[in-house]
Design a protein around this ligand. Structure first.
Ligand SMILES: [Zn+2]
Length: 302
């Protein structure tokens, strides 16, 4: 009899523990974002209790990224999946399409007006996916995205963290405009490794030349390198830039090519294009990465 009572107690304890665990699991909302840029913004926009994970770490090229089995697990356990859209995650389209049949799968680009998107030069019918470089456009996208998550989860907008973050995006955007407007127009030219900065160029009035196309799928060819060398010499460009997600090989070939023709163009530094810098560094979050890029550009083109 005693043993029976003891067993019953153990069973009750076990059941209550199990139901308790289940409850915690159910209340915890897990969001998996494809890029670190999106994950960082969501951390600043959503309640602190939300668990936000990202697939692509610092320096990872989203155009070429194929999910690992650990990533597939992160996507499977997520309540909501968030991605950039506009084919940035070119190798994940099938996976994202399948996920959208099972759970909310949202693209930042879905919250933007198509009229404000830049058409892709290389791929007819597609848009340039590098929308985070126009901070006002990006603000609109992530605001719309987070609005939809708040509504879906029936969360109250609450504590001001979200609006403070959105304000800091607008403030940084004005800071970029003020800085670049102070540079004479003929010096406002940005030569980089791949075509990631068209939105940046349009938003802040700087002409942008990418050595490689809009995606990193095809490497820069000899012709691209020759054209870029001629452009640099013709326009007396002072500096060119490498990117954290692209091999510096082609940009270095451009610098060498200019030197062979008697023109010295300097390496202006590294820009953070399609991925954040390392965790814990100033470039490890979206605002820091943008600030770093603008400072690096300003130091070299003036
Ligand atoms: Zn890119």
């Amino acid at each position: 009899m005693n043993r029976l009572i003891k067993n019953a107690f153990i069973l009750i304890a076990f059941l209550s523990l199990a139901s308790c665990e289940k409850k915690v699991e159910k209340e915890e909302v897990v969001i998996t974002a494809t890029t670190g840029i999106i994950a960082d913004c969501l951390k600043n926009l959503l309640p602190d209790e939300v668990v936000i994970k990202s697939l692509m770490g610092p320096g990872i090229d989203p155009h070429l990224y194929k999910p690992t089995s650990a990533d597939l697990a992160k996507l499977k356990e997520a309540d909501i999946v968030v991605y950039n859209g506009l084919a940035l995650e070119g190798k994940m389209e099938e996976i994202l399409k399948n996920l959208s049949k099972k759970k909310p799968t949202l693209a930042v680009s879905d919250f933007l007006d198509q009229e404000n998107l830049i058409s892709s030069k290389a791929y007819t019918g597609l848009y340039d996916p590098h929308i985070w470089f126009d901070m006002e456009l990006w603000r609109e996208g992530i605001q719309g995205l987070s609005d939809s998550i708040y509504a879906q989860q029936e969360w109250e907008l609450g504590n001001g963290k979200r609006s403070a973050y959105l304000d800091s995006l607008s403030n940084l955007s004005s800071w970029i405009s003020n800085n670049l407007n102070a540079v004479p127009e003929e010096k406002r030219i940005l030569v980089t490794a791949h075509d990631a900065f068209s939105y940046f160029g349009r938003a802040y009035g700087i002409r942008v030349v990418g050595l490689q196309g809009i995606s990193t799928l095809s490497e820069a060819g000899l012709k691209d390198i020759e054209n870029t060398i001629s452009f640099i010499i013709e326009n007396q460009i002072k500096a060119v830039f490498i990117e954290n997600i692209v091999s510096p090989k082609a940009i270095k070939a451009v610098i060498e090519g200019c030197k062979l023709q008697g023109y010295d163009v300097e390496l202006g530094g590294t820009l953070y294009s399609d991925a954040l810098g390392k965790d814990g560094t100033a470039e490890g979050d979206y605002l820091g990465m943008i600030r770093h890029n603008v400072n690096t550009i300003m130091n070299s083109i003036r």
